[in-house]
Structures are given as structure tokens and as C-alpha cells.
Design a protein around this ligand. Structure first.
Ligand SMILES: Cc1cc2nc3c(=O)[nH]c(=O)nc-3n(C[C@H](O)[C@H](O)[C@H](O)COP(=O)(O)OP(=O)(O)OC[C@H]3O[C@@H](n4cnc5c(N)ncnc54)[C@H](O)[C@@H]3O)c2cc1C
Ligand code: SF4
Length: 497
């Protein structure tokens, strides 16, 4: 343990953010990296607990007390070595993970938890700056070839691990760029896309082949992959949006959040807006919130990203509505420490301005004679006690102006397209939610075919995608070689969707 009294002497100092007035004028990242000294002070707050719950809360099993201690001691290179044994991409999780580790940090019982995520980001950024992140080319290659379908965090983590094991790895991606939702979905102000390019460059030097603009099932059939590769990993994500079918839902001006968000990612990168994140033609390739009354339907993270992007477009007004009741400001009683807390979350995008309403029933999209969206009819959901039984009623029905409605009501399942049809014809089953079914070895009913990430577990988190990619890679390596030396997950019992 670095400093036995650190947590008594020093307060938690979270990341400093650029001012709202400055940041809403650009798409650059919001957080400012603290100095090394500041990070070392934050790391000194770690108590090196006998039972480190942080470590248990992390889906990757990151060895948090050890890297905190190394940072406190100023031994940053060692901290990087510890961190990279469990996490292929700390530069992604250090920026956008909701940090379940911090929610389960023991210090959090009666004081603000250790700033684990910020320490993680500081370690990896220092590692890049010092030139410690270098291609690690396997000394011996096997004769085995593995195809990874999908280049999101699950596919990338698996590719990295399988390459480390000496296999020849090719990543197929239907979009024009590598990264999955990291690239097209998550706004640049949360994750600068140069962090993906920097990592992909290293992976290429390590010997991994990337093939973009290649949709498996359409451009290349699974059957062909099976004849050319010894194993296939399906890491295609889960991006079929839940749409809302109520009167007026054919009005012009209603779009799935991902169409809106991916367009802005493309604009920022000066990429043509011909095709969307799925490689398909956009229904409308100029969705802008500028000067409009925007309503974001759905109170989660995707909705919050729409709020941040709409503010940068200079919308006239931004309203976010959610069907569920408003969560409590602090930890709800039914999610005590060390669980992931049910509580009100105010993101950096919310700080930039939006009206938020909960317990809202969306009744109708109202359009004008030309078919353009002009308003939403909404009401408040109230619970009424009728003879001891609770009934849900909608009151205070009203209209709010809206020319752009962004649907961020969650994702149903992996895309049911040519790829899934072909897999089904090979006896691969879908689970009850419509995602790809696999054993606990990440193997489908077709022996050579494995699956990981959102395609298997449904829309989740980047940290889970990396964890699944790593675990699938271990199982593929075992399948190919009868044994594996790839690191396994050390411990993780909490599941967070
Ligand atoms: C708007 C938004 C914001 C989010 N913000 C956060 C956040 O802040 N923090 C967090 O932890 N999580 C966040 N998430 C969730 C997180 O991004 C996902 O859980 C994660 O990216 C899943 O990784 P994956 O690799 O399984 O799939 P994806 O990232 O979806 O990648 C799948 C890839 O497969 C490709 N593909 C699909 N079909 C084919 C095919 N047939 N052939 C070839 N390629 C194919 C897709 O084009 C895509 O590139 C967010 C999600 C969204 C939508
Ligand atoms: S639970 Fe918190 S204080 Fe304890 S070891 Fe982990 S980071 Fe340090």
C-alpha cells in the first residue's frame, strides 16, 4: 500500500472539464487530463483493501489496487504493465466506461471513491506519450487462421488476443472505418476517434489484417469463411433500434438516434454521408438539430449523446423524455453498495442544457398537412390506488413543439440480416431476445463459429465487449490448439448491462 493515510488526507478530485460555454462550440473531448502529480495524489487514496471490491466490480477483473500503488510510487511503466494484462484498450474504458469499479470501491461506503477510471486513462496516455505502447509481434506463428466479423471493442479485443496467441487474424467490417460503436455512435466529444486510429495502427503492425466495406453474409458468405478459416468469431453488435409505433410515426422528422449520431461522427471526420454506420444508404443524410425543437425519446446514455450533439448543432430547444419514473438522487435502497447503483445520472451532455422529464407517456406524433413533424402529444404517467390495487393512468395530456424527434429507446437485438439467416440455416440458434445463442464457451451450435459482445449478450457496455472478446479468444485458442496460455478473467461476479 502506497500511503496508509492517503484517503484520510486527500479528497477525491474528479476530472476537470472544459467549460460548457467553450465545449458546446466544438466536438473535442470534454475532460482535461490531470498532471502526473495530481494523479499520484489521487492514487494515494487507495486503501489496498484486503478484499478489493473494485476489482470484483470490473468486468475485466482489472488489478486496480496494484496499479494504483504503482502510480502512487511514480512507477508508471509498471502500472501500465499491470493494466495491460487485463485490458487491451484502457484508452477506451478510461474515457467512456461508467466505472462499475468505482461504484464498488470500499472507500465509497463512507467517502467518495477512488478516481479509478481517471487513473486508468492517465496511465495509458502516459504509456503512449512515453512510447511504451509498441507492437507486440508473436515470436512464433501457428498455421491457424481466424476470421473476426465486426470491429467493435469485442472483435478488436478478440483479434488482439488471438494474434498474441500466434494465429493469423483477419477482421471483417461492413462499415468504412474500424471501431464499431466506438467509431460510429459514441460522440467524438466523449471519445476522440484518433484513439481508435492509434490503436488500430499498432494492431496492423502486430500482423492483424483489417478488411473494411465487407459485409459478411452479403459480400462474403459464412460458408466461404468456413472453408478458408479454422474458426470464426461473430462480433457484430446489437444495433436494431426499438422504434415507437403510435399514431403519426410516419411523420417526416423522426429518426433513430444512431442515424443522427453516426452522421455527426462522419461530418467530424470529413467522411462522405452516402452510407450509414451499417454501410446502407441513409434515409436522410442531413439530419440536423439546428434551429429546431428537438425531443429525445429515451432517458439513457444514447439519449444523452443526442442531447450533447443537438446542443452542438444549436437546437432551439432540447427536451428528453423517459417512460420510467425519475430515479433517486443518491443510491436507491434496493441497490446498496457494492452493487451498481440505481440513481439519477447527470451526464456532461445534460450539464450543457436540456429539459428532462420522467414518467412520460408518448401518445402521438403530430404532423402538418405536408407530413412534417410539428409536435408531440405526451402525458404524465401516474399510479392511482383503486380499492387497494395500483392502476397506471395518463393525465395532463398536452402538446409540445417538436420538429426533430430522436428515438433512443434502446436496442432490440443483433441485426436479423443475411448473415443471421445463413447462420440459422447452419443450425445456429438465436436466444429469446433475438441475439446469437452460444454456450458458456462462446461457441454456437456450428462448431467453428463463436460469438461475443453485444451480438451475444445484447446492447451493453464497452468494458463487457472487451471482456467477452477476450474470453471468446481464449476459448477459440483452446478449440484450435487444445490448450491456451491467454490470460483468463481473474474474477468478476457483478453483471451490469
Ligand atoms: C450511442 C451509443 C453510446 C454508447 N455509449 C457508451 C458509453 O459511453 N460507454 C459504454 O461502455 N458503452 C456505450 N455504449 C455501448 C457500447 O458502445 C457497446 O456495448 C459496444 O460497442 C459493443 O461492442 P461490440 O464489439 O459487441 O459491438 P459494436 O461496437 O456494435 O460493433 C459491431 C461491429 O460489427 C459490424 N458488423 C455488423 N454486422 C456485420 C457483418 N455482417 N459483416 C461485417 N461487419 C459487421 C458493425 O458494423 C460494427 O462495426 C453506447 C452505445 C451507443 C449506441
Ligand atoms: S476498493 Fe477502492 S480503496 Fe479498496 S483497493 Fe479498490 S480502489 Fe483501492
Amino acid at each position: 500500500m502506497g500511503k496508509p493515510t492517503g484517503f484520510l488526507e486527500k479528497d477525491r478530485i474528479p476530472a476537470v472539464k472544459r467549460s460548457v460555454s467553450e465545449r458546446i462550440n466544438d466536438y473535442r473531448e470534454i475532460e482535461i487530463l490531470p498532471s502526473e502529480t495530481e494523479t499520484e495524489i489521487q492514487a494515494s487514496r487507495c486503501m489496498d483493501c484486503g478484499t478489493p471490491f473494485c476489482h470484483n466490480g470490473c468486468p475485466l477483473g482489472n488489478i486496480i489496487p496494484e496499479f494504483n500503488d504503482a502510480v502512487y510510487e511514480g512507477n508508471w511503466k509498471y502500472a501500465y504493465e499491470i493494466l495491460s494484462t487485463t485490458n487491451n484498450f484502457p484508452e477506451f474504458t478510461g474515457r467512456i466506461c461508467p466505472a462499475p469499479c468505482e461504484s464498488s470501491c470500499v472507500l465509497g461506503i463512507n467517502k467518495p471513491p477512488v478516481t479509478i477510471e481517471l487513473i486508468e486513462k492517465s496511465i495509458i496516455e502516459k504509456a503512449y506519450a512515453e512510447g511504451w505502447v509498441i507492437p507486440s509481434i508473436p515470436s512464433k506463428r501457428t498455421e491457424k487462421k481466424v476470421a473476426v466479423v465486426g470491429s467493435g471493442p469485442a472483435g478488436l479485443a478478440a483479434a488482439s488476443q488471438l494474434n498474441k496467441a500466434g494465429h493469423h487474424v483477419t477482421v471483417f467490417e461492413r462499415a468504412d472505418q474500424i471501431g464499431g460503436l466506438l467509431r460510429y455512435g459514441i460522440p467524438d466529444f466523449k471519445l476522440d476517434k484518433s484513439t481508435i486510429d492509434r490503436r488500430v495502427q499498432i494492431m496492423k503492425q502486430e500482423g492483424i489484417e483489417f478488411r473494411t466495406n465487407t459485409s459478411i453474409g452479403k459480400d462474403i458468405k459464412i460458408k466461404q469463411l468456413e472453408s478458408e478459416f479454422d474458426a470464426i468469431l461473430i462480433a457484430t453488435g446489437s444495433t436494431t433500434p426499438r422504434m415507437i409505433n403510435i399514431p403519426g410515426s410516419d411523420a417526416a422528422g423522426i429518426f433513430p438516434a444512431m442515424e443522427f449520431l453516426s452522421q455527426q461522427n462522419k461530418r467530424n471526420a470529413n467522411i462522405s454521408l452516402e452510407v450509414n454506420h451499417k454501410g446502407e444508404n441513409y434515409v436522410n443524410n442531413n439530419i440536423l438539430a439546428t434551429g429546431k425543437n428537438v425531443v429525445v425519446i429515451g432517458g439513457g446514455d444514447t439519449g444523452s449523446d443526442c442531447v450533447g450533439t443537438s446542443n452542438r448543432h444549436k437546437a432551439k430547444s432540447i427536451t428528453q423524455i423517459e417512460v420510467m419514473p425519475k430515479p433517486p438522487v443518491g443510491r436507491a435502497e434496493n441497490t446498496p453498495w457494492p452493487n451498481w447503483p440505481n440513481m439519477l445520472r447527470t451526464s456532461t451532455s445534460h450539464e450543457e442544457g436540456a429539459d428532462r422529464y420522467w414518467s412520460i407517456s408518448l401518445q402521438e406524433f403530430i404532423k402538418n398537412e405536408k407530413g412534417d413533424l410539428i409536435a408531440l402529444k405526451i402525458g404524465d404517467i401516474v399510479l392511482e390506488n383503486k380499492d387497494g390495487k395500483y392502476e397506471q393512468n395518463v393525465t395532463n395530456i398536452r402538446e409540445i413543439p417538436c420538429e426533430l424527434a430522436l428515438i433512443a429507446a434502446g436496442f432490440l437485438h443483433t441485426d436479423h440480416n443475411e448473415l443471421v439467416e445463413e447462420l440459422k440455416s447452419q443450425k445456429v440458434e438465436l436466444d429469446e431476445r433475438g441475439n446469437i445463442k452460444a454456450s458458456n464457451l462462446y461457441q454456437t451450435d456450428s462448431q467453428k463459429v463463436f460469438t461475443a459482445g453485444d451480438a451475444r449478450r445484447g446492447q451493453s457496455l464497452v468494458v463487457w465487449a472487451i471482456s467477452e472478446g477476450r474470453e471468446a479468444a481464449r476459448n477459440i485458442d483452446k478449440f484450435l490448439m487444445n490448450e491456451t496460455k491467454l490470460e483468463g478473467k481473474i474474477i468478476s461476479t457483478f453483471d451490469l448491462n
